[in-house]
Design a protein around this ligand. Structure first.
Ligand code: TYD
Ligand code: MG
Length: 455
């Protein structure tokens, strides 16, 4: 009989060590090493999935010989998910979907499962009982008799069920609850996650069945378990949003079959998640009064243009060190913009508290919204409201120059569609023809931009 083998894992970063150490060499954290049984017997590893065909698997094949037909994607009724995945589900792909507790991961996956009326979907849950899932399904406006439920945590028993049922799509809720009988460690431990995910990935690749894995995330917002899990799967989706807001955002952080930085927007309702097809309308607050400190930027998320509203509040700092607070926008970038305003435009930002908020709970990384951010800050600083029909598009550089952005035509077209009348853009965007019908004002430096805007 083969010897049992244990390894020490760092709970923080997943690094391994043959013996216990107090401080992790890899991430520097103290007291994070735990001992886990990694393997009972070598001989216990048997193929649980489809019998492999040694001829095709063992021999390298020329790229030209590989049949393309296997790459036809499954169409998904849910347009938001479909776009985020890069246009449907690739057979044999493994998709990890992470998010905070209560954000709606189980609801989203169940409603996706129920929308596949022409496919056999197996929803495996290690978290809820069949009747609990049924109760949730009854709240959703979909009916589907080809959706199977299975409450089980052992991957060996799940393997048998998969062989018998031969589903077209598998959903696992969640990877942290699964347990392989070959390992002694508890569900959710690093070795269990590696092993059970490895089993499911092998199943997906060998049978061509797409598998969705729901994953928990830790306090600091990263997916629980080893980083390795993210390397093993084909696609990583994050389901995020503020639980106090109704909007939820599905974002790709890795996608082997499509572009990342795509987003899907949903609204949590009493009857499940509703797809939000025209996000700009919800992201811009409807108001009649003109208020200072509000500016609208036209941004691009993935391939989709979005108009978003930035709110800024600038007020005299009550205490020695001024506060800077930013929701939805990079705090370091905000500090940089404030330094540029101080140095290049002579605004005394060093003695002001500055708060920034992107409405709708969105997090924007596109530097093209810089111009909107500085416009909102200066509008609040001067207490002069901006016209709500102006859209701002441009990146701000360290010398106070306004730089060109990508996909300017798409941004302008979206602004025009939503009833905007004027757009401030960078002179360097070199717009040849203006098809949008907006009044375009080209600016190159912040100082002249503020002169035009505030007179
Ligand atoms: P859930 O899918 O259980 O979250 P997760 O799996 O990410 O932990 O969703 C939980 C929340 O969603 C819960 O607080 C109730 C709410 N909800 C609705 O508002 N409407 C609905 O139709 C459903 C099913 C859930
Ligand atoms: Mg859940």
């Amino acid at each position: 009989m083969a010897k049992t083998q244990t390894t020490f894992y760092c709970k923080n970063c997943g690094a391994t060590s043959a013996k216990w150490v107090g401080k992790c060499n890899s991430c520097g954290e103290w007291n994070t090493y735990i001992e886990e049984l990694v393997q009972k017997e070598k001989t216990a590893y048997t193929k649980t999935w489809k019998q492999e065909n040694a001829k095709t698997i063992l021999k390298p094949i020329q790229i030209g010989e590989i049949e393309q037909s296997t790459q036809i994607r499954y169409t998904v009724n849910d347009e938001e998910l479909s776009r985020v995945l890069g246009g449907g589900i690739v057979p044999g792909s493994v998709i990890l979907i992470g998010g905070e507790p209560g954000i709606g991961k189980s609801t989203l996956m169940l409603q996706i499962a129920l929308q596949f009326t022409n496919k056999k979907v197996l929803y495996i849950s290690g978290e809820e009982s069949e009747s609990q899932i049924k109760m949730r399904a009854e709240r959703l406006p979909y009916q589907n008799n080809s959706c199977y439920l299975f409450t089980e945590i052992s991957t060996q028993r799940i393997g048998k069920a998969l062989q018998e049922l031969e589903p077209d799509i598998v959903i696992v809720d969640s990877i942290q609850t699964l347990q392989s009988e070959l390992l002694d460690s508890t569900p959710g431990s690093i070795s269990q996650i590696k092993e059970t995910a490895g089993d499911l990935i092998r199943f997906a690749k060998e049978t061509g069945t797409p598998v969705f894995l729901i994953g928990h995330i830790t306090k600091d917002g990263t997916l629980a378990g080893p980083k390795l899990l993210e390397h093993m799967v084909d696609t990583v989706l994050q389901f995020e949003g503020d639980r106090n807001h109704v909007y939820r955002i599905l974002r790709t952080t890795k996608n082997r079959f499509g572009s990342t930085s795509e987003i899907g927007i949903y609204e949590m309702q009493g009857v499940g998640l509703r797809e939000v097809k025209n996000p700009s309308e919800i992201l811009i607050s409807q108001r009649d009064e003109t208020l200072s400190g509000i500016a609208i930027s036209a941004t691009i998320e993935g391939v989709r243009p979005l108009l978003i509203e930035t709110q800024a509040l600038v007020s005299t700092a009550a205490y020695g060190t001024p506060q800077r607070n930013s929701n939805g926008y990079d705090a370091k970038r905000l500090n940089m913009l404030l330094a540029v305003l101080e140095k290049k435009c002579g605004l005394r930002m060093g003695v002001q508290d500055v708060f920034i908020n992107i409405t709708g709970g969105l997090r924007i990384e596109d530097p093209g919204i810089d111009l909107g951010i500085v416009a909102a800050i200066v509008s609040s600083y001067n207490n002069i409201p901006l016209d709500s029909k102006i859209a701002f598009i441009g990146e701000v550089g360290l010398s106070g120059e306004i730089r060109a952005v990508n996909r300017i035509e798409q941004r302008l077209a979206e602004a025009a569609k939503l009833g905007f009348t004027t757009a401030y853009i960078s002179k360097y965007n070199k717009l040849q023809t203006n098809k949008s019908g907006l009044k375009i004002i080209e600016v190159s430096m912040l100082e002249s931009f503020f002169n035009l805007l505030f007179g």
